[in-house]
Design a protein around this ligand. Structure first.
Ligand SMILES: Nc1ncnc2c1ncn2[C@@H]1O[C@H](COP(=O)(O)OP(=O)(O)OP(=O)(O)O)[C@@H](O)[C@H]1O
Ligand SMILES: [Mg+2]
Length: 323
């Protein structure tokens, strides 16, 4: 089936494999990230999500595979051949980290100015001229400050501009990280668990911010997130990983009723636990019915498990009806 994200995507991940010694952290992974969409990359702990980001952003050299970034002006970048510095500066891919990385001793606004260091250095002509009042540098510095102020407004931190970043609450630091990434004008923004540690109000604000970035700044967003209220609430497209392999790829409505996904999240290992899967399928049955789609259990990727048949035979919608 042709999907929105397969039609001139911003990022194409093709047959990506990353091995660490004997461990296959990512195995033959392919998916697309559409422009102007929020794509979530989800999966249990250790599934390989952060490793995917590290490959995309040039922190790791993939063992195999291609990471093709397509700007809407026709420019293409093979990210697997670029280091992290060029991925950010030339390909315009920005990221935030699972563990916040800010300059905690610098002020909030200084953190945003440092992010724009490359633009400023270029304008300075890499000379002392900048200090002597070179016009182009002054202009670039003013623009950088404007951009910092714009994003501080957006993330609701303008009142904290001159405070040390380390003094901000956890949630505020997460927002500052996103502002910092946005100051580099990304075409692709990769966020590694931005809702981790946020309270419900903060994660509601985060949802709003990410929608704004998608709708008003045309950036493609690739989001790793465990908080399902965020994932299901704002994603246009969800890719599910388990043990480094893709087990599902679709809309939120499709993915949340996919038996392979339910199985992965419950950590079903043996036959007895199939009971658990059945219970979970019953639990999602109302969503299924609401979707008014053919019973999706038949669309599940075939697994070489003999027990699969037992599950397959039971239509979740029917079971729900009996309850
Ligand atoms: N640099 C590395 N060297 C060796 N093994 C690594 C390295 N980075 C990641 N791994 C391994 O690769 C696997 C995937 O890790 P990764 O951090 O990508 O998972 P994740 O999906 O982000 O998990 P979490 O949800 O816990 O953040 C894990 O088994 C991890 O131990
Ligand atoms: Mg991770």
């Amino acid at each position: 089936m042709m999907r929105e994200w397969d039609n001139s995507p911003e990022l194409e991940v093709q047959h990506l494999t990353m091995r660490f010694g004997g461990l296959v952290a990512i195995g033959d992974l392919s998916f697309n990230v559409a422009r102007k969409q929020i794509t979530a990359l989800i999966g249990p702990n250790g599934a390989g999500k952060t490793t995917v980001f590290n490959c995309i952003t040039g922190f790791y050299k993939p063992t195999e595979g291609m990471l093709k970034l397509n700007h809407d002006n026709g420019k293409q970048f093979l990210l697997e051949r670029m280091d992290d510095f060029r991925v950010n500066r030339e390909a315009h891919v920005a990221r935030t980290f699972q563990n916040i990385r800010l300059f905690s001793g610098m002020t909030v606004v200084e953190n945003l100015m440092v992010a724009q260091h490359n633009t400023l250095m270029k304008a300075s002509g890499y000379t002392i001229g900048a200090l002597l009042g070179l016009g182009s540098y002054k202009r670039a510095a003013a623009e950088a400050l404007d951009k910092a102020a714009y994003w501080l407004e957006k993330v609701n931190l303008i009142d904290r501009a001159d405070d040390p970043a380390g003094d901000l609450s956890y949630g505020a630091q997460r927002r500052l990280e996103i502002a910092r990434a946005m100051c580099t004008n990304p075409r692709l923004l990769c966020l590694d668990e931005p809702a981790a540690g946020l309270n419900p109000q903060e994660s509601g604000e985060l949802n709003k911010l990410l929608r704004t970035i998608r709708d008003e700044h045309d950036a493609a967003i690739l989001l790793i997130e465990h908080d399902m209220s965020v994932v299901m609430g704002i994603s246009d497209h969800i890719v599910v990983l388990d043990y480094g392999r893709k087990i599902a790829d679709g809309t939120p409505a499709e993915v949340k009723i996919d038996p392979a996904v339910i199985r992965a999240y419950l950590g079903v290992e043996d036959e007895e636990d199939e009971e658990l899967v059945e219970e979970a399928i019953v639990a999602v049955a109302p969503a299924l019915a609401a979707a008014k789609k053919p019973v999706p259990i038949k669309q599940a990727p075939p697994k070489p498990k003999p027990t699969k048949k037992a599950v397959k035979g039971k239509a979740p919608a029917k079971k729900a009806g009996r309850k």
